[in-house]
Design a protein around this ligand. Structure first.
Ligand code: MLZ
Length: 320
């Protein structure tokens, strides 16, 4: 049974709990805790988006559904199983033409050759409506970070957070960096804020006596050494002064509103059950611990109290 008319104030006082402070979310994502504008996107609109499972790719996508300030994004021509949800103020969705205009590759719809593909005739032919520029929260993507493309760093592998690996910065947009692991397939690439705790200057592992994972293909019989690696390949290390490495400030017991990763349409009342340096363990109030899960602390699926209220999204209250 779902509790109707869930009211955070009453719930917090009955639980003697507190909500996670707004600035935690803002520091981790680089976005406002609450979207500044109402959602203007409409179903069927055509746009471009970073593929969350393959973040080095920008793909031609459409809006498949709208719920409050969240959009269900569909890869044009692909089966709906690949659909994913984003917030309407995500910095990783762009107006059509963004990739081309900024010298990036656009992954075309299923069945279209990348070579020579252009979104405009495609949209005309299939009668798509183009998402207007003013639907996007911000489309100014100059490098604001000081980092330079191809700078070398040490980075945490989000898929295996126990691994710190030799990595490079392969793209920059605004405050965000695209991290690539040297030698590895780009499926491990991810976007992160330049201030994030996931990226470190070279020599960090050595300093804390932690094992650094060398590039894929590095001779196992040799010991990896930054100086030799940089010199041999004419690579440059990122400037140490650019790193912030701000740890997240989530604490056990803080309440929040979190997207249910098993059914991404739903946002539930949740509590931080545990955390490590990079992730938090989310517990859904009223549910068995069995449903707890770990998620990156900078995930855009973590929201502060009242986010659903502010964005006209339904919130699933705790089950009794
Ligand atoms: N055992 C895994 C680890 C991959 C780690 C990649 N880090 C960039 C594999 O070999 O696939």
């Amino acid at each position: 049974k779902l509790k109707r008319d869930f009211v955070w104030e009453d719930y917090l006082s009955s639980q003697k709990a507190r909500g996670a402070p707004l600035d935690i979310f803002e520091e981790l994502t680089g976005s406002k805790a609450f979207p500044s504008n109402p959602n203007r996107f409409r179903v069927e609109w055509l746009l471009e988006a970073v593929d969350p499972l393959h973040q080095s790719m920008i793909c031609l996508v459409s809006v498949a559904a709208v719920m409050g300030n969240r959009l269900r994004i569909h890869f044009v021509g692909f089966p709906a199983i690949y659909d994913f949800w984003v917030n309407s103020d995500s910095p990783f969705i762009f107006p059509c033409g963004f990739a081309q205009r900024t010298g990036r590759r656009l992954s075309p719809p299923c069945g279209c050759e990348e070579e020579g593909f252009c979104w405009k005739p495609f949209a005309q032919k299939h009668d798509f409506q183009i998402a207007p520029d003013d639907a996007f929260s911000s489309i100014l993507y100059e490098n604001e970070t000081g980092f330079k493309i191809l700078d070398r760093i040490e980075a945490i592998d989000r898929h295996h957070p126990e691994l710190v690996c030799v990595a490079s910065i392969v793209d920059v947009m605004g405050k965000y960096l695209l991290i690539h692991f040297d030698g590895w397939n780009s499926c491990y690439d991810y976007w992160t804020l330049a201030t994030s705790n996931y990226i470190r200057p070279i020599g960090w592992c050595k300093e804390i006596t932690y094992e650094l994972s060398p590039p894929l293909g590095f001779d196992e019989n040799e010991t990896f050494d930054w100086e030799t690696y940089l010199q041999k390949n004419d690579f440059r290390a990122a400037d140490v002064g650019l790193f912030r490495n701000e740890p997240h400030r989530f604490e056990i017991g803080m309440k929040l509103e979190v997207v249910d990763q098993r059914n991404c349409r739903l946002i539930r009342v949740a509590t931080i059950a545990d955390f490590d340096d990079f992730r938090v363990q989310v517990h859904f109030d009223g549910w068995s611990d069995m449903y707890d899960f770990w998620i990156d602390a900078d995930s855009r699926d973590l929201h502060p109290l009242q986010w659903c209220n502010e964005t006209q999204h339904q919130l699933q209250g705790p089950v009794n």
